[in-house]
Design a protein around this ligand. Sequence first.
Ligand code: ADP
Length: 438
Amino acid sequence: MKSKQNAITRRQQFKLFLSIMASFAVLFLTLGLIIFNSFQSSTYKSIDKEMKSEVLSVQKQPSLQHDDPGPQTDPNPEHKKKEPTPKAPFQASILVFNNQGKLLNKSSLGNRYSILKNIKLNKKNLNKKQTIVIKNMNFRSILIKVSKNNNNPMYAGNYVLIMQNIDTQIQTMNNFEKILAITFFVFWVIALVISYFLARINMLPIVRSWKQQTEFVNDAAHELRTPLTIIQGKLEYMLTKPNKKIIDEAESISVSLDEVSRLNSLTNNLLDLARFDNATTQLNFEYTDPKVFLKDPIMPFKDIINSQHKVFQISLNQHPTLYLDRDKIKQLLIILLDNATKYTQKNGTIRIYDQIENGKYQLIIADTGVGIKDSDKEKIFGRFYRVDKSRTQSSGGHGLGLAIAKQIVDNHHGSISVRDNLPQGSEFVVELPIKRNK
Ligand code: ADP
């Protein structure tokens, strides 16, 4: 049973982990793509800006310069004209084609010619920015048609292909891509480790409440089974004596009735707790003075306690304004007074008193009964917890009373605790907030 539960928990945890992992992967991937794309587009933008200034400088060139120190051995007289190298950056190359696609500035290209010679004029690409790769070198290029009126006779009326070497930028982009991938991978792994622990931490309350729920159902079933078995036994026994009169079987009938009333109170308690769990308990809060609502539940106990030869002392003197559900507080008082009566021997004393501490209203039910060990003081507010099962079984308790009491107090934003009543017994302290303004 336990190993099956663990397996389900582990499966659930793994599913949670997988979903967190996938979410992080999608998140990092998207983030990576956005960063890389914006880096890429800003790089291309700056290259294109440079190209634009080159295009402008070609189109508006006022005078010719020749700053390419490449060898000038071309015998063609046409090339004797000053050949173009505008104020272009270092990596720029300019290819001038005539209408027929003949390269006109071979000599100005110098040793770059061997690389660029295979480039043909493609008029379709006019005014289009392109990225081309030649012999492992990357270029951004644009082809323009220069007007016949251009000052530079080499350009005038010809096609000019401006090529910008972008190897450095491509290299930078590749490096950036690599660094980005590594960084994101490392962070993804870190995120995985964190998400693994997060999945575990997140599962803890679920596992705990699941365990509590299972325990609760088991305990409830167990508690229900005992009276049912007794009733069944008694009824079966009576069936074996069909001719007997009711008076003869009065004991069996009375035992069965006791068990039925135990079942009744148990199911009511279970229902109360289930309603608190589902938050379906309707609380009717109202402003009230303790004096008004305390009288009702306390008075019946006076007779019960006195009839059991125990002393009952009441000293309620405070009159703050409280905001509470009177019926629920009545139920809480009945639970506490009932316990005090149950666990206090003959000649013992049960005392109820109130006080104001740290701005809170405290209602204290003290007894000189059997007392509660320190190790049990927290546990008794748990469901089905009984200090001495055999004894409380006979006194009719199921260990649900204080669990309900705690739920009631929690719903009133208060607290409940138990401490020793020296020299003998225990004191249950219920603390409720005081309302200043109505
Ligand atoms: P029960 O119906 O068994 O009394 P409760 O939840 O009211 O269940 O109490 C839980 C356990 O706490 C009891 O079984 C009992 O052992 C202990 N307890 C509660 N009130 C007192 C008290 N006034 N004095 C001593 N023990 C108490």
